[in-house]
Design a protein. Sequence first.
Length: 481
Amino acid sequence: MNIMNVDYSTKIPNNVNLTEDRQVLKALEGWHPGYLDWWNDMGPEGFQDSLVYLRTAVSVDPKGWAKFDYVRMPEYRWGVLLAPQDEARKVNFGQHMGEAAWQEVPGEYRAMLRRLVVIQGDTEPASVEQQRHLGKTAPSLYDLRNLFQVNVEEGRHLWAMVYLLQKYFGRDGREEADDLLRRRSGDADAPRMLGAFNEATPDWLSFFMFTFFTDRDGKMQLESLAQSGFDPLSRTCRFMLTEEAHHMFVGETGVGRILQRTCEAMKAAGIEDPNAVEKVRALGVIDLPTMQKKMNLHYSLSLDLFGSEVSTNAANFYNCGLKGRFQETKIEDDHRLTNDIYQVLKFVDGEIKLVDEPALTALNMRLRDDYTADCAKGVERWNKIIEKAGVNFRFELPHTAFHRQIGEFRDVNATPKGIIINDAEWAKAKGDYLPSADDGDFIASLMTPVSEPGKFANWIAAPKVGIDNKPGDFEYVKIAA
Ligand code: BYC
């Protein structure tokens, strides 16, 4: 079979020759009904019968891998798709550097690898659960379709991890695969594994911030796992990254369109002061300071996803060749890091300081720094939109120490500028830094659905181009009565 093209003749589309891998096929077919039950219970609420203009992967060729068509979401063909195998691929870092990449799980690394696959797998359905109510308040059919595209692909990413669990981890893998359908975002008894995936996504501004900031953590983690010496994991992640790019596009352009609309409305009404919050809100658009607060929240929650700054787990993952650095093969060094240092931001004697740490244990911090640099570029693109509109305001990423639950700064209160304050000061100022209940109520008051083709809610601008180059009034979702 041609690895580039996807076999759609079986119930589970795939390019891994499942028809000849009877045991895994049987395990996946056994898991499928539970997945569909989960999708129907926890997937987009109220739109399961609607026809949605979705892309489906038909190939893993980076040029032209998807086809677009109307699909009912429960009938979406969730498939198992891996980037093509490179026979000459090696382990590119750590103590096994130079060995041929592993096609099977090395026995001694089984537990570590399983843990990485399970954590990654757990985030995918979690985000679908977090976003399940948003369809009811979509600002346009275009946005509704993008939400559903993101959702079905996160569902596919769950399939991708479940395939690895069932093919390579035997009975434990099958149990883990079942547990991935059992945990629920925000559930008191069986929550999702990582903090940010148990938070609510109450409105569309949150959705766009989530897809910008949290999906971007996904990108960084997938990039690091794509470096893995365990080749099936690497190939899986490489293909997931192809889909992930659109999710971040949805976030970046979503926020960009909101602030463009706000700036236009302010200009038209002659409001020069971006901090005149009530006046701006009276125009039915979201004021820029509130957007900054939402950004503070989603960025800080996403920083927590990188784990502790200093982590022996991270050092072990690297040393064993399981999880590399961002763009590992493009970095010029020895790829072992045994004698290197990396500067880590720490809380020492009441002060925030950069401290030298062994580079191996500082790998979470390094990946987080790469992430911050990537976020900062996107924020600059947003600032360009504001600047072009002639409004005097700039977004700023908050300091690393701000609002953290994991790592060095979890026990301190820091302002977005990185100034340490006491509990009383924090309690007083918190509402200036993070969205308050009032901010949430205001945003919620704007969230009324718009379902006429080509029309957009007042608080968001139309996109520059349509999906698949469709015209502005294209009916991206045919909503079932
Ligand atoms: N919440 O050594 P430490 C995505 C735990 S997003 C709760 O600092 P490590 C997506 C940790 O488990 C990408 N617990 O951390 C985006 C450990 O527990 P144990 C998801 C946390 O292991 C949008 C202890 O604290 N993929 O794809 O070096 C939509 C000390 O841990 C958290 C991955 O993350 C937390 N935030 O690093 C859809 C990749 N952080 O062992 C999808 C796989 C840490 O003491 N995972 N803990 O019981 C990893 O690479 C690493 O496990 C982590 C943590 C980066 C998550």
